[in-house]
Ligand binder design. Sequence first.
Ligand code: TXA
Ligand code: MG
Length: 344
Amino acid sequence: MNTQIIKIDKNNINHNEMTKLGKIIADGGLVAFPTETVYGLGANAFNDNACKNIYLAKGRPSDNPLIVHFADVESINDAVSEMNRDAKKLFDSFSPGPLTVILKKSEKISNTVTAGLDTVAVRIPSDIIARELIRASGVPIAAPSANLSGKPSPTTSRHVIADMCGRIDAIIDAQDCSVGVESTIIDMSGETPVILRPGGITYTQIKKILPDVIIDKHILNSIENNEHPKCPGMKYKHYAPDADVTVVEGEKDKVRKTIEKLLLQNTDKKCGVLTLGQASYKTATVINAGNNNKEYAKNLFRSLREFDENNVDIVFAEFIIEDEYSLTVKNRLYKSAGNKIIYV
Ligand code: TXA
Ligand code: MG
């Protein structure tokens, strides 16, 4: 398939191009587009065949449902059977922005989108190109992250082009994602609000609005064979670069001493270290993911892909619990490492 790559400047949006891109979605095609979290791979959420093609293009298991993106809260009413008061509170507080809410679905949403569940994931992105694309297409846009299944989520158009060129109709080549990690998913379809995936909005922020919110246990534990997490995506291998990742978790001094030792034990391999803040590992490709876990979350996916671009064989990732974004980083790191964690 010939994939059109269309440059859009968010400070000077070409509305003719956006109209064309919206038409591709409306007519059943696939368009990758920027959001504030990660790039998404979009299709008309009301077109079953188009949504099936998302799974094909990504190589995504068919039991892993899609998030549906809207331009405003009012249009969500079409997709859900009921918008409850607490869900409305969340949208008022955090949308547009990096939050996804699970609600009971309406008949307009097909089983392809929800992978057979009776709930649907809905989100209002804040990115202006994403919003303009939704408006131009005239329909809600179903979109997972625009990476090949299992790979780190794409935070620049370069990542999307690497994974999706030749597989979809068009890619919007725009700015890098400002949040850099996916939305927080919160299940509002039951009695108690449950965070199913930590992301751009923290537990602490949500707790201020909904004091009874809890965190799903599957966020950190590995999934046993016979368990069914409420967020189906949680059971799959995820965010994995080609390099082998090991997380080293604990206090900073101990983490660094341990990694120094690990580097000495692996001199036959090309090693990389992902650090929280400046570090001086001599025998490794070092990427500083940032000075706090919010920056780490933003830079994590880009850094993992950068290790692959540098042909690194093995990555040691520093993980230090220190702020409210720790859970978001931990969830992504543990998955990218396939739960290879050294606690020190
Ligand atoms: O920031 C984001 O959320 C990005 C951008 C593109 O919006 N999207 C994204 O989509 O991360 P994806 O498909 O990579 O991850 C969606 C997650 C999956 O783990 C899926 O299982 C879960 O959301 N999900 C979707 N619908 C659900 C539902 N009805 N109930 C529980 N989990 C659901
Ligand atoms: Mg994804």
